[in-house]
Write a protein of this length. Structure first.
Length: 330
């Protein structure tokens, strides 16, 4: 990771020029990581939900966080403990801009601990904001190592399957972490994603700890066959191949225990016309791919009705794959 940070710094402008603007508002999208069979190596961005960051240049060097909304008081205002400010500080250090003063407002527009890349969306919004304020026109992918630093703080592991699609948009494959090698994949334009977030607590750290450290060779063969099939389906726009490749014999059987009625929900989704169904990130959110928006909305309604029947509140979202990534608002 340190090597990637150094390389990113070398390709970013280390100038003392004044920022081109004094304030900015940025949105960054939620993401679905793992995509069933691609643990820590696959992810895609969706149109909603997402987080917003307002960033202002100040006269005093250093970073402050003046406001956080939508978090129910769960996130720290201390810039040394918040993923947004920590990632932004790494970026500023890398380009030798310790002289710059920044104030950050973070507006959480998505649930924390949802399995939809909540910390990633915040971090990416902050990094994209500072990059834009400074007039840094290098490839946005150079921000990825700094975003991964935020993930490391949030969940103890600097994986990229949330931050990479949030930053780059679209469907993303992390071919390697050492060295970092990220590839943006094509996808069928008519592919819809139905997401349901049950209001239950599945902390990312705990969800990682229950995963097996050793696996059987036959399971490994099954898994990498499915990953290859999914990537092939994306390239050939073969939705049927995408659907039958999205099976996980390694992580889902363990993590599904943490999600109430997971297999019942999967059966309901498939009966309603889903192409595939699985856990988003570490959960508890679940998602289904569909061929059209109407089917996606029907699935979310069906799953929410089932969850309400077992006394669990939920939120739902329907989206195509978001190819844009972060964007400046207003």
């Amino acid at each position: 990771m340190e090597q990637e940070l150094k390389e990113a710094a070398q390709q970013s402008p280390a100038t003392g020029n004044s920022p081109q603007a004094t304030d900015i508002k940025v949105f960054a999208p939620a993401t679905v990581a793992n995509v069933v069979c691609g643990f820590d190596v696959l992810g895609f961005a969706v149109n909603e939900p997402g987080d917003e960051v307002v960033m202002r240049v100040t006269n005093k060097p250093g970073i402050t966080i003046s406001k956080i909304t939508g978090d129910d008081g769960r996130l720290p205002l201390d810039p040394a403990k918040n993923t947004v400010s920590v990632s932004v500080q790494h970026y500023l250090d890398s380009i030798d801009r310790k002289d710059l003063g920044l104030d950050i407002e973070l507006h959480k527009k998505m649930p924390i601990g949802s399995g939809l890349g909540s910390s990633s969306a915040s971090t990416v919004a902050g990094l994209f904001a500072v990059k834009t304020l400074l007039g840094d026109d290098t490839d946005v992918a150079k921000l990825l190592p700094f975003a991964m630093k935020g993930e490391e703080m949030a969940c103890g592991h600097g994986h990229a399957d949330n931050v990479a699609p949030a930053l780059l948009g679209g469907f993303v494959l992390i071919r390697s972490y050492e060295p970092l090698d990220v590839i943006r994949l094509p996808h069928p334009p008519g592919l819809y994603c139905a997401i349901v977030f049950p209001d239950v607590d599945v902390p990312t750290r705990e969800a990682r700890q229950i995963i097996r450290n050793k696996i059987l060779m036959k399971d490994a063969v099954t898994q990498w066959g499915n990953i290859a099939g999914l990537v092939s389906g994306l390239y050939t726009q073969d939705i049927d191949l995408i659907g039958r490749s999205m099976q996980d014999v390694l992580v889902e059987p363990v993590r599904s225990i943490l999600i109430p009625d997971f297999y019942i929900m999967r059966e309901l989704a498939m009966q309603a016309g889903a192409v595939s169904f699985g856990i988003s990130g570490s959960g508890p959110s679940v998602f289904a791919f569909t061929r059209d928006e109407e089917t996606a909305r029907q699935i979310t309604q069906t799953l929410q009705k089932h969850l309400a029947g077992i006394k669990i509140n939920s939120n739902s979202y329907v989206s195509t794959i978001n190819d844009a990534g972060p964007r400046v608002l207003g």
